[in-house]
Design a protein around this ligand. Structure first.
Ligand code: PNW
Length: 455
């Protein structure tokens, strides 16, 4: 046994929220039950060649049926909060109209069982499972999808607002827009170059309209989650420095600035070749920049940038195809993502500099590892425990630097269906055997339990 069970967790404020996060399509399964409509991820995952191992989220963790067991596991770990997402097609199968009571009821049962265990529910309204019917009408390229999203937000709050007060409108609009509509590695799998920025704008417009709806309830706490990277140039050469400006621009500032300041960064619009299209839509920015109660940040890794004369197309960074990321030799997770806890402080600093009064939460952070069981069936995931420890220590560092960081959610509770990687990547504190659905708390989960018990 290589574990160091004495590795102490950092000291964090008593009211610092520690939770775990998941997303509907990654855990629920039951994709055809109780009237659920189809989403763009059902379509995408069902298309041969899109998912590394050919799996879909049809069963995933069967959380739709096993949510009570999963809540019991959360309580056993001692989590303060659980961030999950609501599947839009369970609420409005075709993306419009009255809420389906079976869909609302599932999330009512989930929220009630969390509250019974003293775990605060945090609901994300959009973690990428757009109703297919709306994609058929243009998806996020159609400005009307933002209006439909606001109606959906109203339906969800009408059904769940007495149980849920913490709301996140969107998860990672960068992924939804640029992996969905530019590189095409996520649903709906389109490769439209810079036009993907229109999808980003309509997502942000949806965020603004939905947050306005959620404000009907004075108790609602409303935020949005962005995925940010710590970005730096590979060298001081002008091309590398410009590459860093471009990636920080499209990945971070293109989302932070409209949401926090009500404007898009001009240099990014120029890189995209989209200044004219965006100039016609400045009227949307007031609603996009509506006041927030908190900002959610998902942080996984850093990017070290350089340029190449063999640009890759399609790129998730349209207009900046000449940029590539270099490996620095730092250790990576099984995703190939460099482990860099200090980068979490960097992105928190960047957000705090733009909105010094705004409470911040890390709404996702975690790591994938092969996780082979030992002879006695245990999962001695010392790398995940180390990653978790070092990023909790980075939370402490951020707080010491005067940043108003209020909480940290681990990605993820249970191993789950990892998008384009299917079941071939495991991020969980809890192992899932996909043949039997048996859950086994990994060493990292045991470590977290004792950390939470002794803080
Ligand atoms: C996030 N990228 O996704 C999501 O919010 C989670 O649903 C997901 O499971 C988790 O991170 C781990 O991947 C991302 O390619 C997916 O840059 C891909 C990227 C970033 C985030």
């Amino acid at each position: 046994n290589t574990s160091d069970d004495t590795l102490a967790g950092p000291r964090l404020p008593r009211d610092f929220v520690i939770g775990a996060a998941t997303a509907s399509y990654q855990v629920e399964g039951a994709t055809t039950e109780d009237g659920r409509g189809r989403s763009i991820w059902d379509t995408f995952a069902g298309t041969p060649g899109t998912i590394a191992d050919g799996t879909t989220g049809d069963v995933a963790d069967d959380h739709y049926h096993r949510y009570a067991d999963d809540v019991a596991l959360m309580a056993d770990l001692g989590l303060d909060a659980y961030r999950f997402s609501i599947a839009w097609p369970r609420i409005q199968p075709g993306g419009t109209g009255r809420a389906l009571s079976a869909g609302i009821d599932f999330y009512r049962r989930l929220a009630e069982s969390l509250l019974q265990k003293g775990i605060t529910p945090w609901a994300t309204l959009y973690h990428w499972d757009l109703p297919q019917a709306l994609e058929d009408r243009g998806g996020w390229l159609d400005p009307d999808t933002a209006n439909r999203f606001a109606d959906y937000a109203a339906a969800v709050q009408d059904g769940l607002g007495d149980l849920i007060t913490h709301w996140i409108t969107l998860n990672e609009p960068w992924c939804a827009a640029f992996l969905g509509y530019a590189s095409g590695v996520h649903a709906p799998g389109k490769q439209l170059g810079s036009e993907a920025a229109h999808a980003a704008h309509h997502l942000l417009r949806g965020h603004g309209l939905a947050s306005q709806v959620l404000r009907r309830d004075a108790a609602a706490r409303v935020g949005v989650t962005l995925n940010l990277y710590s970005v730096r140039p590979a060298s001081s050469a002008p091309d590398d420095v410009d590459a860093a400006r471009r990636i920080d621009g499209l990945q971070n500032r293109f989302f932070l600035e409209p949401v926090l300041r009500g404007s898009y960064p001009e240099d990014v619009l120029t890189d995209l070749g989209e200044t004219a299209w965006f100039a016609e839509r400045t009227g949307d920015l007031t609603s996009i920049a509506a006041p927030l109660d908190f900002l959610g940040i998902n942080y996984y890794s850093r990017h070290t940038t350089t340029t190449t004369d063999r640009p890759a197309r399609p790129s998730a960074y349209p207009g900046s195809e000449q940029v590539t990321m270099v490996a620095t030799g730092a250790a990576t997770t099984e995703m190939g993502w460099e482990i860099h806890p200090d980068g979490m402080v960097d992105v928190l600093r960047q957000a705090a500099a733009m909105a010094p009064e705004l409470p911040l939460y890390i709404t996702e952070n975690g790591s994938a590892w092969p996780d082979a069981p030992s002879a006695d069936g245990a999962f001695d995931d010392v790398e995940r425990r180390r990653y978790l420890h070092d990023h909790l220590a980075a939370c402490r560092q951020a707080i010491d630097a005067g940043i108003d960081l209020r909480g940290y959610f681990i990605w993820t509770l249970t191993d789950n269906w990892e998008w384009a990687f299917g079941q071939s990547r495991r991020f969980g504190l809890i192992h899932v055997d996909y043949d039997t659905q048996r859950r086994t708390v990994k060493h990292s989960g045991e470590w977290l339990r004792s950390f939470l018990a002794t803080r």
